[in-house]
Design a protein around this ligand. Structure first.
Ligand SMILES: N[C@@H](CCC(=O)N[C@@H](CS)C(=O)NCC(=O)O)C(=O)O
Length: 222
């Protein structure tokens, strides 16, 4: 059996897209569960030992190298298994769009959650924290709308084959302002993520790592 990947992750977090990719690829992995916000000091110490940013996902590759940054991990995993079709190859005409939108989701959407998860990091009082949450919510919705307008999804974002971009967008679009808003600003991308939500290869996985609990998709103003 191949040597396993070790994923420092947390249910409902950005590690879930990486875990979903490992699941689709059928690669062996173990999850060290716990993030800074819910695992207490011990989780924080464990993560800090592999990722000085103290964030998940952090992945220890079978060879011992550490990778952080969800988009980079997803691209590397998919590129390492070209037979999976989970990323367009270097010569594939979809490659530029693939890299463009992987970077866009990381930098123009996912990056907001460092401030949003603890607004006191950047805003000193309740009023400015509330402003920050509302403003970044709007910016995230706006940016999803930009992606919607600049892509031409078929069954999946780049065509009829699923790539890790679909996994990344499916997970990230579950964060606030949550899916109801996402469907409003990005209806065609909305159809794609609904398709990934019900992909039978991932049913048990979603149940375990990011269950569709009551109200999971309800719009949030902040
Ligand atoms: N730049 C990182 C961001 C990762 C990230 O924001 N992780 C969140 C969980 S979804 C986290 O660990 N937050 C805890 C913190 O920042 O203290 C990436 O793209 O993977």
């Amino acid at each position: 059996m191949d040597k396993a990947f070790t994923v420092f992750g947390a249910a409902g977090s950005g590690s879930v897209s990486v875990e979903a990719a490992l699941t689709l690829l059928g690669l062996p992995y173990e999850v060290i569960e716990g993030a800074s916000w819910d695992g207490g000091e011990s989780a924080l110490k464990r993560i800090a030992a592999v990722n000085p940013m103290r964030q998940v996902p952090a992945v220890v590759l079978p060879g011992g190298e550490v990778m952080t940054e969800a988009a980079a991990i997803l691209i590397w995993l998919a590129d390492s298994h070209p037979e999976s079709g989970l990323s367009p190859g270097l010569d594939d005409p979809r490659r530029p769009a693939f890299l463009r939108w992987m970077s866009f989701v990381a930098s123009s959407i996912y990056a907001f959650y460092w401030q949003r998860d603890d607004p006191a990091r950047v805003a000193p009082d309740a009023a400015s924290q509330d402003f920050l949450l509302r403003r970044t919510n709007e910016r995230i919705a706006h940016n999803w709308g930009v992606m919607e307008a600049q892509t031409d999804p078929a069954r999946y974002i780049l065509g009829d084959e699923m790539t890790v971009l679909d996994l990344f967008v499916t997970v990230t679009s579950r964060y606030r302002p949550r899916r109801e808003r996402f469907y409003q600003v990005a209806p065609r991308l909305g159809e794609v993520v609904r398709r990934v939500d019900v992909d039978p290869r991932l049913t048990a996985f979603w149940d375990e790592r990011y269950p569709f609990e009551e109200g999971w998709d309800a719009l949030s103003e902040v």
